[in-house]
Design a protein around this ligand. Sequence first.
Ligand SMILES: [Cu+2]
Length: 212
Amino acid sequence: MSLKTVIYALVVALAGAHPVWAQSLDFIIQDQNGDPLSDAVVFFETPDRQDTTPREMILDQTGEKFSPYVMAARRGDVLKFHNSDPVSHHIYSFSRAMPLNMVMHRDTVSGDLLLEHSGVIALGCNIHDHMAAFVVVGDTDIAVVSDRDGNARLPGSKTTEREVKVWHPRLLKRALVSVPVSGGQGTTQTITLRVQPELKPPQTPAMNERAY
Ligand SMILES: [Cu+2]
């Protein structure tokens, strides 16, 4: 047994047999075909809340799309919509975490919307059916969204949890998946999600074809 292993075992024992993820953890999220999955939210459900300062989360509308498509927010954060388009949007949500029905005229900014409840807020636009976005609200201060190559890096944490939760818009019933952390620090763990087929890319008409 190397000295490093002994020290690690000692640290684990002192931490109550649970590892403490002092350093960042790297994940690659992929689908059942091995293709990278962007827009997966990866988080520890009960991390230590180090910073409870509410953040201002900006959800833009540009080119008749919500941007970002998936956002990871924390309960207590403030959500603010921007409409950068030269047309109006009519944002709606039937989600329990935040029902919404709000017309936004071109080049406007919404008021502050307090994210009071945890859950997934699914957003659409009544004018443009192809527009969709998801705001995943949790109690965690550490949640990341995978990039276009499926990469997700969770920052270091004092959490004692040994599994991460993963959410993706194309997961069946959009449920959470629990995945044991097996890779450990300094390695990259691949997480494979069984997702529904990709939706057809939205048809985005030229902006000058419409005027609301
Ligand atoms: Cu719209």
